[in-house]
Design a protein around this ligand. Structure first.
Ligand SMILES: *Cc1c(COP(=O)(O)O)cnc(C)c1O
Length: 399
């Protein structure tokens, strides 16, 4: 990493922490045995894997046997939705209804669309201008054949935190299974599977200082979720394949560390985030996106009218600032973000989005530098823009 780079894209991924790396290293070099092997040499890997499972569980108020390691958040989301549909099919219900939201990560949204093609009926709940799902709308959407509700805990583009405990209580009252994609929440805000009433919860290591390619699905003990991957019977026969021991150990160490430091670190990040918001939202034709209070501690997100998001990112990159315009997964496409459209922004405005997501290495100096550079780049891009009326100093379209 170059000395002058400011990394403000922690919602896309994070560096592996020193603690996590240190915990992982022996599992690459000395303690590399296959946990399924019977000799004592392999047992260190096995016992560390089970310790990692217990650590992850403790951070969610879950039991160790309710944690299944996966290759990441995407796999956990796929497994939750496909698994519940398959479970219902095994019970003889070949079609049914699933409720989700319009602002889910593509790992949920595209899986829901896949199930829709298989004959399942899906409700994509709208959100309000702050990106909040209304729990009353969840209840209204419930049908006699509803098998699953899946609503994310916190949004990756605008940082809005959903009323998950309220939605969980509704799901429980109607005896409908409830999944939450908590990839942006775990390690950043308190997560409690009991208080939230969730049956399934997805998380991912690389969003909180663990390595990439490891995540977990929490599956409530009473739920007989069918296997996602067939093979040698690892993960109690539900997710076969030789375990990613270094990954699981690194993820658990990072999560334990994140949860231990959460009170002071989230307060520190929220203060930096609020300085970014205060410094940028006053710019002309600029709007904060996402809920003002119910938002992730590290996430500040905006739209700048008359500015093209991709151009903004390239100019910020040239000035040493790594940021994102919404979802990294969709940054290759020119369609505006489904999240920004769902909160009611017109296409033209949604194109001018910027997400700054802060993390452990960010300082007040980084925030000062960003507050110095960003208004300058925005003004420059408007000066160059074909859709900005330079004389009137406003966009040429009417909102
Ligand atoms: C990053 C992310 C995912 C995907 O997790 P991977 O481990 O990268 O597959 C899913 N959901 C949300 C909300 C995310 O932010």
């Amino acid at each position: 990493m170059s000395r002058h780079m400011i990394y403000a894209d922690h919602a896309a991924t994070t560096a592996v922490t020193d603690t996590a790396l240190k915990a992982m290293l022996p599992h690459f070099t000395t303690a590399y045995g296959n946990p399924s092997s019977l000799y004592r040499f392999a047992q260190e890997g096995k016992s560390d894997l089970e310790m990692a499972r217990a650590q992850v569980a403790a951070c969610l108020n879950a039991k160790a046997e309710e944690i299944y390691f996966t290759s990441g958040g995407t796999e956990a989301d796929n497994w939750a939705l496909r698994g519940v549909a398959q479970l219902m099919a095994l019970k003889g219900k070949r079609t049914g209804h699933i409720i989700t939201s319009a602002i889910e990560h593509h790992a949920v949204l595209h899986t829901a669309q896949y199930l829709e093609k298989q004959g399942w009926s899906i409700t994509y709940l709208p959100v309000d201008g702050d990106g909040l799902v209304d729990p009353a709308a969840v209840e209204t959407a419930i049908r006699p054949d509803t098998i699953l509700i899946s609503v994310m805990a916190a949004n990756n583009e605008i940082g809005t935190i959903q009323p998950i405990a309220e939605i969980g209580a509704i799901a429980r009252a109607h005896q409908i299974l409830f999944h939450t994609d908590a990839v942006q929440a775990v390690g950043h805000i308190p997560v409690d599977v009991e208080a939230w009433n969730v049956d399934l919860l997805s998380l991912s290591g690389h969003k909180f200082g663990g390595p990439k390619g490891i995540g977990a699905l929490y599956v409530k003990k009473s739920l007989r979720l069918p296997a996602l991957i067939q093979g040698g019977g690892q993960e109690k026969g539900r997710r076969s394949g030789t375990e990613n021991v270094p990954g699981a150990v690194g993820m658990a160490a990072a999560l334990k560390e994140a949860v231990e430091h959460m009170p002071e670190e989230s307060a520190r990040l929220a203060a930096l985030r609020d300085k970014l918001i205060a410094g940028l939202e006053g710019l002309p034709y600029t709007r904060l996106t996402g809920h003002r209070e119910k938002r992730l501690p590290g996430t500040a997100s905006f739209v700048f009218e008359g500015v093209e998001g991709e151009a903004l990112l390239l100019h910020l990159d040239a000035r040493g600032i790594c940021a994102s315009s919404g979802s990294a997964c969709s940054s290759a496409s020119l369609d505006p973000s489904h999240v920004l459209l769902a909160i009611g922004l017109p296409h033209a405005v949604a194109h001018g989005s910027l997400r700054l997501s802060l993390g452990r290495d960010n300082t007040q100096a980084d925030v000062d530098a960003m507050l110095n550079e960003i208004p300058d780049v925005v003004a420059y891009l408007r000066e160059m823009s074909p859709v900005w009326d330079r004389d009137a100093e406003k966009p040429t379209w009417e909102l």
